[in-house]
Design a protein around this ligand. Structure first.
Ligand code: ADP
Ligand code: MG
Length: 472
């Protein structure tokens, strides 16, 4: 990270120093971690008290791994520490101190109900092709994940991409005070975590906190194809660009085609000109995602050529998002089971429906969590949607997915992933495509990994072949 002395960390956090008389001589310039096993030379260890473990018990092992200081809520021997009342908010203030010491840094915030990580990965990939870029590992998008990401900024970092998730009103506002964005992307307002929010209006209120934090000279990038997001344009201090397929978008996709693997190509039309873009990820939903990425990258000074080249070169980074494996026996496994909500379920089903399939289409679907009182109806709607797309088989896995099975004529219900595995091994044939999709805790991603490995996989996609294009 950008070097901070222990006295600077004390001042940023209003803490007190223990374990050294010369806090100005203790300099943190290594990794900042909340896991003692990830500590390294020059590092800062942030001791959190979790439900099952107390981070203070691991200060000694953090020091052994090279940490030169710790941020704690009580004095601990073995390493100099800054003791604060609330470690979480102190960590946020340290991260903000890092941003304030990087005046050249440009910060992009990303929020939405679905696609944040996909957009984060795509944007980081495009920006890294021109300058040093820091972006979250996996999906670190909360009150700890954001400061962890911010603290990876170095004096030579030019771009910081921050994924911002919310489980309630005020969460994103809090994150924007840690990493104040000059560019904001709002992807969509769906029903993810609606159980906690209570209503879609509340989800919109939570998401609009991101563009509201962008100053007048900054840019808010809003999805024109989601009316709730497009409506956020009024009432913002910042400039606004709409992105999407609709004609009024400032950055838009025209002449969209999908190849045999469901990968999109389109003509990107923007104020800088127009150019043909080809994506490597499957699913038409990546058109909108990549338009937001293009708008952000252009705003940050990349040329249209750099943007088009970057989008075309980007491979999937985070796992279990439309991960396609061609098994040697001719079965294709599509593992999109990182997480699921009704919108991303439909996006995945659409993507597989758009693929050219020699055999039959299987949707192996688990429960979607945190949907609140509409949960059964939402599961049923996904089952009907799979039927409307012409899927040949639905295998619903686990109790939560029962209503989904009931809505798909001829579906099968199994209690767990082992039973799903046995059914699939017995029934799936060469040429079939098997989609796996569920919420994280339903665990279908592991079933997908198991199925992919069993068929002695020969290529993990994005495959290089491109077939006949179909217009959508
Ligand atoms: N724009 C989008 N609309 C709907 N679903 C999407 C979109 N972008 C990605 N997805 C799907 O949503 C799921 C979660 O994607 P991810 O990028 O991890 O989102 P998040 O970080 O917001 O949870 C994946 O299954 C992905 O294929
Ligand atoms: Mg995410």
């Amino acid at each position: 990270m950008i070097a901070l002395s222990l006295s600077e960390i004390r001042d940023l956090t209003d803490g007190t120093v223990h374990g050294t008389d010369r806090p100005e001589a203790v300099v943190v310039d290594g990794p900042v971690t909340t896991d003692s096993r990830e500590c390294g030379p020059g590092g800062l260890y942030v001791a959190r008290v979790g439900e099952t473990a107390d981070g203070h018990d691991f200060v000694a092992s953090a020091a052994a791994a090279g940490a030169v200081a710790a941020l704690t809520s009580r004095p601990v021997d073995g390493v100099p520490c800054v003791v604060v009342e609330d470690v979480q908010s102190a960590f946020g203030r340290v991260a903000r101190g890092v941003v304030d010491r990087a005046p050249e840094l440009r910060v992009v915030g990303i929020t939405g109900s679905s696609g944040k990580t996909s957009v984060k990965d795509l944007l980081a990939s495009v920006l890294s092709s021109v300058a040093e870029t820091v972006a979250p590992v996996n999906s670190l998008n909360g009150e700890i994940g954001v400061p962890l990401t911010v603290c990876r900024v170095t004096p030579t970092t030019r771009f910081l991409v921050v994924e911002m998730g919310a489980r309630g009103i005020g969460h994103i506002d809090y994150l924007t005070r840690i990493a104040p964005p000059q560019v904001a992307i709002v992807l969509n307002v769906g029903t993810a975590h609606i159980g906690e929010f209570g209503s879609r209006e509340n989800i919109a209120r939570a998401k609009v906190e991101l563009p509201l934090a962008v100053p007048a000279e900054g840019l808010s990038i809003l999805n024109a194809d989601d009316p709730t997001v497009a409506a956020m344009a009024s009432g913002l201090a910042s400039r606004v660009q709409l992105v999407g397929r609709s004609a009024e978008s400032d950055v838009r996709a025209e002449a969209v085609t999908l190849d045999e693997r469901g990968r999109a190509a389109y003509t990107l039309v923007c104020p800088q000109g127009s150019a043909r873009v080809s994506l490597r990820q499957s699913g038409a939903h990546h058109v909108g995602n990549s338009l937001a990425v293009a708008a952000a990258a252009l705003e940050l000074g990349l040329s249209l050529d750099q943007v088009v080249a970057g989008l075309g070169a980007a491979e999937a980074v985070s796992r279990w998002r439309m991960e396609i494996t061609d098994r040697q026996d001719g079965v294709v496994v599509v593992n999109d089971a990182y997480n699921a909500n009704p919108d991303s379920m439909r996006a995945a089903l659409d993507a597989v429906a758009a693929m050219h399939v020699a055999g039959e289409r299987w949707a192996v679907l688990g429960g979607m969590l945190e949907l609140g009182p509409d949960s059964d109806a939402e599961h049923g709607a996904v089952g009907s949607y799979a039927a409307s797309l012409g899927f040949d088989h639905v295998v619903a896995v686990g109790e939560g997915a029962r209503p989904l099975a009931e809505a798909f004529p001829g579906s099968e219900w199994v209690p767990d992933t082992d039973a799903a595995h046995d059914l699939l091994v017995a029934r799936v044939r060469a040429g079939d495509v098997v989609l796996l999709k569920s919420s994280r805790d339903s665990g279908l991603r592991w079933l997908g990994d198991r199925l992919a490995a069993e068929g002695r996989s020969v290529t993990a996609t994005p495959a290089a072949t491109s077939g006949e294009a179909v217009s959508r």
